[in-house]
Write a protein that binds this ligand. Sequence first.
Ligand SMILES: C[S@@+](CC[C@H](N)C(=O)[O-])C[C@H]1O[C@@H](n2cnc3c(N)ncnc32)[C@H](O)[C@@H]1O
Length: 213
Amino acid sequence: MSTLRRSRQKFYNVFSYCYDFFITLHSGHYRNETRNFLVDSAQPVRTKQVRVLDVCCGTGSVALAFADKYVDALTVGCDFSTGMLHKAALKDTAHKILLVHGDAACLPFGEDCFDIVCCSHALYELKGQARTAALQEMKRVVTPRGQVLVMEHEVPQNYLVKIMFYIRMLMMGPTDAREFLEQGLTPFRNIFNDVTLSHSPSGKSKLVICRKS
Ligand SMILES: C[S@@+](CC[C@H](N)C(=O)[O-])C[C@H]1O[C@@H](n2cnc3c(N)ncnc32)[C@H](O)[C@@H]1O
């Protein structure tokens, strides 16, 4: 395991202690808005026993929202931070989801086994090659008629929030930040056959919906 990856895991393990609090401060009620928008945008082909995978699930809020909407679903959250997974497991409704320790760039699942694969506000925290590998892995594990939904922050309008946004971008490194800001859908179109873009009602997050066929 690379030193960079280990130090990022450590960072997320520490961050897990205050992650939900930080997100509530940062996003307020928009967190629910973007999460609901993501969950409602999913259109699984199956109506029963939908299989959902949340990649980089963090403290599990998106996976839990899917489990609430699809009561008989198999909902799996996967993350490489044991701290984040531990926080997810402590939540009241955690029994509704399965939590799996794994790397987005090498998912511990077989091919074509999830109807919906999502990744919320995490893809652009992966470095260049790992990001491409994660997209390829999401494509591998989703069923041929399934959807991969990737949600990311849009560039904020508010001055102060914009400063925080650019700090996050700088943490990603200048090349990755430029790619995020300039390349738009290109990294997705390089991997998936069908890619569409939409925005949450407030415009704060963008949602890229990908299909492999
Ligand atoms: C900003 S948080 C987003 C969490 C969650 N998706 C949400 O919307 O609240 C980023 C998450 O990605 C996870 N992560 C980062 N790199 C990863 C990797 N290579 N494999 C798996 N998880 C990773 C971190 O541990 C962290 O939980």
